[in-house]
Every structure is written in structure tokens, then in C-alpha cells.
Design a protein around this ligand. Structure first.
Ligand code: NCW
Length: 489
């Protein structure tokens, strides 16, 4: 089975102490991740109808510089070249998402409508190209691009959306399940619920706390119903969900700061984990949010169904740590998470919680850098969900990269970010966490949601005028890691 090399100094006769590489288990998956709306473009081709992100990005003032995903990085037309690029880098896995609006363009709250063969064919061809290149596909069914017709009928505040999602998941699984083993139901439901319905900085742009909590529940329900539909279509499928779990730390050990951390942990982590792993909502979250909603949208049996749908591989998306502090009203609130400035907050029932500005290096998103959070989260999940495989479905960093005069993209900050975070994954494995793989976010620079094309997460640079791809230094570094199945500590 798995053999790990842990860090130990090796003495060289020439160059002083050398540190042994951190070797990963045999068969560890090395991937990259993308999402349909962020890369595909071809928004009106192949029978696709609008999603909430088409509507949102075309609404003036919503996205920086009025950017949209209409063309994005044209992956829809260039997917074969992009797969060749992945093969060149030696990726062994690729996580992509399916655009629901391509699969059932006429979906309404009442029914899926006809399945669009052209939509399915695109993803089927992509899967074939990946397999021919020796790359294992992992399919995300929902990465934030809800068909607009479903939003018009209430979106994730409505139970019908969860029911239609399950039917759609079953259709995709039936079409791809002969070649795809791993299906990820939802990406970061925290973002869908709170950024979409509470703070409104993501589509559909609503700012109603009660709606956001209804969305939380219907997303959890969608996972449970979707898992059952996928298992019915593909009995040996492995089911996953990607959660943007947060390593939340109180600024001090005061009881008030500890309580702030408990609240944030509840709404960010446990409100998704507990239904999945324990078939219930955390009592403290229900109590904290009692002034917002009575959770009457939870029907008898829902939570048992979510837990029974289950999860075989927990997807962990980790980017940055979160430090919280009790807010005393003696000073303006600090929002180091970037959700301040008088805008609606995604943090429901957290009026007395603030996110203090922290010293230290940050990515271009303003997100702090601390790989310890990766280790802490993976070890916590191994403890709380024994026996469950863990997969890092996203990790990466945005930096303002440029192609230099020599044609190279030197991105030492991203390279160092990846090195330290991959080493942090190794530390978690050494501590006993069953991590089966790691996906860099992202393969290509792309449409970074409300930030438009201004934030570059790719390990491959994209010139948005010519669509030319240039492998960044970090990608070459990642290719070395994959080849060695090891990283330097
Ligand atoms: S915005 C976001 N991302 C980025 C996005 O490109 C990708 O589609 C997502 O899966 C990169 O990875 C995810 N996540 C939202 C994080 C919320 C940040 C809130 C800060 C709170 C401390």
C-alpha cells in the first residue's frame, strides 16, 4: 500500500545538510480543476441557454469592468489543445464542471425538459480525450451556474431546484458513468448560499438572510438527492462534494473570541458537514439563526436522506486561514475577508464577529497565506469522518502574472504557495489523514466571477486577446512534483 517518506535531514559531503523530498503514496492523484462558466465560453452555442451567471455578468455594475463569460478562455472550442497541455504537464487527474444549461436547456421548476444531445456530446468528447491522454476525469455537477429559469422560480430557496438537480445529476451520470468514476455533486455550497443570496456579490445577487439559509438546506438536500440519483445510474460511482472549509481561529483565547469562532465554524463548516456526516443540523447554528428563520423548509426525513446519500470522498477546497474576533462596537468593524465596505455580509447572525486585518503576505485576492490551515483541516476531517477518503479538490493562488520579454511567465509567489501547501498536504498524510489526491486551482487563467478577468489563478497564462496559452514557471514546477511524486520541504 502506501509508503511515505517523511522529512529527515540527509548529510551531503559537499553542500551541507540536504533535506529529503516528501514522497506521496503510490497512485496519489495530481490534478487541476476548472469550472464550466469560468473557461468554456460559447455561451450561446450548442443549444445552451442562459444561467444565472450570464444574467449577473450582463447586469451593469455586477462584475469588474463589465466582464462576462461569453467567450472566457474558449475552452469549448479548444478543449483538445487544453487536454494536450495537461498531458504535457503530466497531470493524472482533471476536475471539470458540467454546465447544466447545456444538458437540459429547457429546464423549469416543473421538469427537466428534453436532454440536449449536443450538450452531452461535448462532455463525452472531453472525457474521451482525457482518457486517451491517460488522465482520470472527475466531474463536478454544479459549479454555480444555475439555469436562469430555475432562479426565476425561486432558485436555491426552492425545493424544486434540489429535485431538478437530482434528475439532472442522474442524466449526466448515466451518460458519462461508463467512463467516469468520481462525481462531485456541488462546489462550495457556502458560496452559492451566502455569496449568492445573503451578500449578493455572486449570482443571483440577492441579499436576504432567510433566503440564504433556505438555500443552505436545499443545497444539502440536492447533494443527498443527487447522490442517490447518481448511485442509481452508476452503482459503483464514488460520490463527493467540494466544501470550502475554513480553518477558523479566534484571535485570542478570550471566551468572546472563542464564541465568534464557534459561530463562523458553524455557518461555514458544520452547517454542511453535520447533515452529511451526522444527519442533523448543529443545535448552536439553529439557535444562533432563530431570529432569521425557523428552518421550516426542513421536512421530516430530509436530513436522514442527506446522510444516507452520503459521501465516499470528501472534497476539500482550501485557500487561506480565517482569524476572527469579537466586535465590541467601540471601533469600526474590520472585514479582512473583503466583505465589508458597507455591503451586505455573507455572515448571518454574526453581527458581533469581525475579521481583523492581519499582517503578512497575501495573494492578489487579498487572501492571507498560511499552509498550516491545510494540514489542520485535513487532520480534523480525518478525525471527524474516519474512513472517509479526502481529496483536495482546490488549492491555489491568484497573482498578477505577465508574460516576460523572454516569453516566460515567472510566478515565484505561486510556485512557493504551491510548494508549501503541497508539503502541508504531505504533513496531513503523515499525521494519518487519508488524502488521495490534490488539484491545483486552476489549470488556466479564467473568469474569476465578480472579479472578471483581473485575477489570474492559472498555472497556465492566457492572453485574453489571442487566447494564447503560456505555461507559467509554477506549472513547470508542478510537473516536476508530479514526475517525482514528491515535493521539496
Ligand atoms: S471565489 C472562490 N473560489 C475561486 C473560484 O475561482 C472558484 O471557482 C471557487 O471554487 C477559487 O476557488 C473558489 N471561492 C470563494 C471563497 C470565498 C472567499 C471568502 C473569504 C472568506 C474568508
Amino acid at each position: 500500500m502506501t509508503r511515505l517518506t517523511t522529512t529527515h535531514p540527509v548529510t551531503s559531503t559537499h553542500a551541507g545538510p540536504v533535506t529529503a523530498p516528501l514522497t506521496f503514496p503510490t497512485g496519489f492523484l495530481w490534478g487541476s480543476a476548472t469550472a464550466a462558466y469560468q473557461i468554456e465560453g460559447a455561451a450561446a452555442e450548442g443549444g445552451r441557454t442562459p444561467s444565472i451567471w450570464d444574467t449577473y455578468s450582463h447586469t451593469p455594475g455586477r462584475v469588474v469592468d463589465g466582464d462576462t463569460g461569453d467567450v472566457a478562455v474558449d475552452h469549448y472550442h479548444r478543449f483538445r489543445d487544453d487536454v494536450a497541455l495537461m498531458a504535457r504537464l503530466g497531470l493524472t487527474s482533471y476536475r471539470f464542471s458540467v454546465s447544466w444549461s447545456r444538458i437540459t436547456p429547457q429546464v423549469t421548476a416543473d421538469g427537466l425538459g428534453p436532454v440536449n444531445p449536443e450538450g452531452l456530446a461535448f462532455y463525452s468528447d472531453l472525457v474521451d480525450a482525457l482518457l486517451a491522454a491517460g488522465i482520470t476525469p472527475a466531474v463536478t455537477l454544479y459549479h454555480w451556474d444555475l439555469p436562469q429559469a430555475l432562479e426565476d422560480a425561486g432558485g436555491w430557496t426552492s425545493r424544486a431546484t434540489a429535485e431538478r438537480f437530482a434528475e439532472y445529476a442522474g442524466v449526466v451520470a448515466a451518460a458519462l458513468g461508463d467512463r467516469v468514476r468520481l462525481f462531485i455533486t456541488l462546489n462550495e455550497p457556502w458560496c452559492t448560499a451566502y455569496l449568492g443570496y445573503a451578500s449578493g456579490v455572486h449570482a443571483p445577487g440577492r441579499t436576504e438572510d432567510a433566503a440564504a439559509l433556505a438555500a443552505v438546506h436545499h443545497l444539502n438536500l440536492a447533494h443527498g438527492l443527487g447522490a442517490a440519483a447518481i448511485r442509481a445510474a452508476v452503482p459503483d460511482a464514488r460520490i463527493s462534494i467540494s466544501l470550502n472549509l475554513v480553518w477558523v481561529r479566534p484571535e485570542t483565547d478570550s471566551p468572546l473570541d472563542a464564541d465568534a469562532a464557534r459561530r463562523v465554524d458553524g455557518l461555514q463548516n458544520r452547517v454542511f458537514l453535520d447533515p452529511l456526516l451526522r444527519g442533523r443540523y448543529p443545535a448552536d447554528v439553529l439557535a444562533d439563526t432563530a431570529g432569521v428563520t425557523d428552518w421550516g423548509f426542513v421536512r421530516p426525513g430530509d436530513l436522514q436522506l442527506v446522510a444516507a446519500g452520503g459521501v465516499d470522498v470528501l472534497g476539500v477546497n482550501y485557500y487561506s486561514p480565517t482569524v476572527v474576533r469579537h466586535w465590541t462596537r467601540e471601533r469600526p468593524k474590520e472585514y479582512a475577508d473583503g466583505h465589508g465596505d458597507g455591503a451586505a455580509s455573507p455572515w448571518i447572525a454574526c453581527e458581533d464577529v469581525e475579521f481583523p486585518f492581519r499582517p503578512g503576505r497575501k495573494t492578489d485576492m487579498g487572501w492571507g497565506i498560511d499552509p498550516r490551515g491545510m494540514t489542520e483541516l485535513l487532520v480534523r476531517m480525518a478525525r471527524e469522518a474516519p474512513g472517509l477518503d479526502l481529496l483536495v479538490t482546490e488549492n491555489g493562488a491568484a497573482f498578477p502574472d505577465v508574460v516576460g520579454p523572454d516569453g516566460r511567465v515567472a510566478d515565484p509567489d505561486r510556485r512557493e504557495y504551491l510548494r508549501t501547501h503541497i508539503a502541508a498536504v504531505h504533513a496531513a498524510i503523515t499525521a494519518g489523514a487519508p488524502v488521495v489526491g490534490y488539484c491545483v486551482w486552476s489549470l488556466l487563467d479564467n473568469f474569476e466571477w465578480a472579479w472578471g478577468y483581473g485575477k489570474r489563478f492559472g498555472i497556465v497564462h492566457v492572453d485574453y486577446t489571442t487566447q494564447e496559452r503560456t505555461v507559467k514557471d509554477s506549472a513547470l514546477f508542478y510537473a516536476d512534483v508530479i514526475r517525482a511524486n514528491a515535493v521539496q520541504p
